[in-house]
Write a protein that binds this ligand. Sequence first.
Ligand code: SF4
Length: 94
Amino acid sequence: MQREIKIENLKAEVKNKVDLKKRPTFTLQWHLTSACPNRCKHCYVEQNNQILSLKECKKIVNDLRTIKERWDCDIRIHFSGGDPLLYPYFFRVA
Ligand code: SF4
């Protein structure tokens, strides 16, 4: 049985599901390195030897702080790769 969709009903449904007062979250999926000892068939990571310097990472962290202040949002970082634990400065960045 098909349900008739009315715009008014749709707007009300969306309004009920989206909390506009909720603080937004900026999410960064940070590929720290492409290095990885595995070779999964489904992997999309392009192998290369480029890594960010610690100085470049600190700049990114500072940029994230600026975004947090300007946008008044929360910041969520997902460390990824490759294997992020193979990134030489992982514990200094995280
Ligand atoms: S980066 Fe992840 S998906 Fe790719 S080979 Fe390594 S473990 Fe597998």
